[in-house]
Design a protein around this ligand. Structure first.
Ligand code: PFF
Length: 448
């Protein structure tokens, strides 16, 4: 029988699953997507989706994974040998492949800033000068490809070595460090001139800004930040001992994630308004704002370096999970295969990611369906493939699995009340599919 690795501790699982969840999604994507979608109303819809849709789905993925004790594809095969359900896992692998191809571009931007801080090239500039300098840097093809490559090499190296070793330990230092650095950043940001305008933007919803696209973005964001719909959470929970409580794990991961989203919003928007930058600057928003805030702190560059390190770590732990689920399916617990395939898949991801990396420079004129290559890849993953994956998983869990099996699985390690279980089952069986389909159809203009 194949030996399956387990997480050393329950907290190890929480940290790894939270590590997958907390990453660029909350820290980089949330602020710029909220910035493009009017702020407060987006935050509100995002929170609503996170609680009524994403949380039940996360618990659904956990139940599948720990029940089946298999990887993203074999979990489905084991539970439902016929009917092609395992294609959900394959869809997840494909989604993670595309996702990592552009995620690594942004991971590379963190690396770029780390190098810049280390070599002292971030002198006291104004906010707009920082933004211009950053634009110039990422439009350089050698820098963007080189930094993307460094990020991917780090990811491949860890995944090739096997799950979790070392990551668990490091996470337990990095996550609290992230919180502390954010708090310092927030204190600086909210005490800047005109910070109130940023707080209003984030917390006072302007419902006239809500469009079908905003709603789809908010739904995509809630799946993206929790790594849902791609079977990553199925794979991770398959390593989880039966003594751990699934509902409690899901709640704590969602809680941490919401906290980081709020931290990021509070750190970024007051500063954006104070410095007179545009909240809808898109993917570069965070990178334009950060150096200016840090440059206004005593020992700013040291804090900036620390922040970037933790940020890089958060992005890497998410990237590991994307590559991990692909490699876990292919290597089936065989260490030699794991090593080989981590490198092969990683190399392929780099090649596929080249156009995304260049879309801020030499390919910036290329536009497909009105979007840059980078934005198109992001849109396809976040707003099309992840929602479809989530929809299929919701259907699988609630219509294909036995309700009694789900209840037994959820009872292991927890004493969840029947009423709560039934509420969850209702949400995942009816509300989730209907809501996902409605939001997607709405964007296609079916209801208008
Ligand atoms: N949740 C990660 C983030 O917010 O950065 C992104 C992510 C990781 C999505 C892993 C999907 C995934 F499978």
């Amino acid at each position: 029988m194949e030996h399956r690795e387990h997480f050393a501790t329950k907290i190890g699982f929480i940290l790894a699953a939270a590590g997958s969840a907390i990453g660029l999604g909350a820290i980089w994507k949330f602020p710029y997507t909220a910035g493009q979608n009017g702020g407060g109303a987006f935050l509100l819809v995002f929170l609503l989706f996170t609680i009524i849709l994403a949380l039940p789905l996360l618990l659904g993925e956990f139940s599948v994974g720990r029940f089946a004790q298999q990887d993203a594809v074999r979990s489905f095969k084991k539970i439902a040998p016929d009917g092609g359900w395992h294609w959900i896992g394959i869809l997840g692998m494909v989604t993670c492949f595309i996702l990592l191809s552009f995620y690594s571009v942004i991971g590379g931007w963190i690396v770029v800033y780390l190098i810049k801080v280390a070599n002292g090239s971030l002198f006291d500039l104004s906010a707009s000068q920082y933004a211009d300098a950053f634009q110039q840097t990422i439009s350089n093809p050698y820098i963007s490809l080189g930094s993307q490559l460094i990020f991917l090499l780090l990811t491949i190296f860890v995944v090739a070595k096997g799950v979790q070793k070392g990551i668990e330990k490091t996470s337990s230092i990095m996550m609290p460090a992230l919180a502390i650095l954010f708090i310092i950043l927030i204190i600086r940001s909210v005490t800047l001139d005109n910070a109130v305008a940023g707080m209003k933007f984030l917390f006072v919803p302007d419902f006239s800004k809500l469009t079908s696209h905003t709603i789809l973005d908010a739904m995509g964001q809630s799946f993206f930040t929790l790594s849902l719909g791609v079977s990553v959470m199925i794979t991770y929970s398959s390593y989880l001992p039966k003594s751990a409580s699934l509902p409690r794990s899901a709640l704590s991961i969602v809680g941490m994630n919401i906290l980081v989203v709020l931290f990021a919003g509070l750190a970024i928007f007051p500063a954006v308004f104070s410095f007179g930058l545009e909240p809808d600057a898109g993917p570069v928003l965070l990178f334009n704002v950060l150096p200016t805030i840090f440059s206004q702190l005593p020992l700013g560059m040291i804090f900036f370096a620390a922040f970037l390190l933790v940020f890089l770590f958060a992005a890497l732990t998410s990237a590991f999970s994307m590559l991990e689920i692909i490699v876990a399916v292919i290597s089936q617990g065989n260490m030699q295969k794991r090593r080989k395939w981590s490198w092969i898949i990683g190399a392929a991801i780099f090649v596929v990611g080249i156009p995304s990396a260049l879309s801020y420079g030499v390919l910036s004129d290329v536009s497909i369906f009105g979007k840059s290559i980078f934005d198109l890849a992001d849109f396809t993953v976040s707003n099309v493939l992840m929602p479809i994956g989530a929809l299929l998983i919701a259907l699988f869990v609630s219509w294909k699995m036995k309700k009694s099996d789900l209840y037994t699985e959820m009872q292991q390690g927890s004493n969840i009340k029947k009423g709560i279980f039934n509420t969850w089952f209702f949400l995942i069986r009816y509300l989730a599919p209907i809501l996902i389909i409605a939001v997607m159809l709405d964007v296609l203009g079916i209801f208008s």
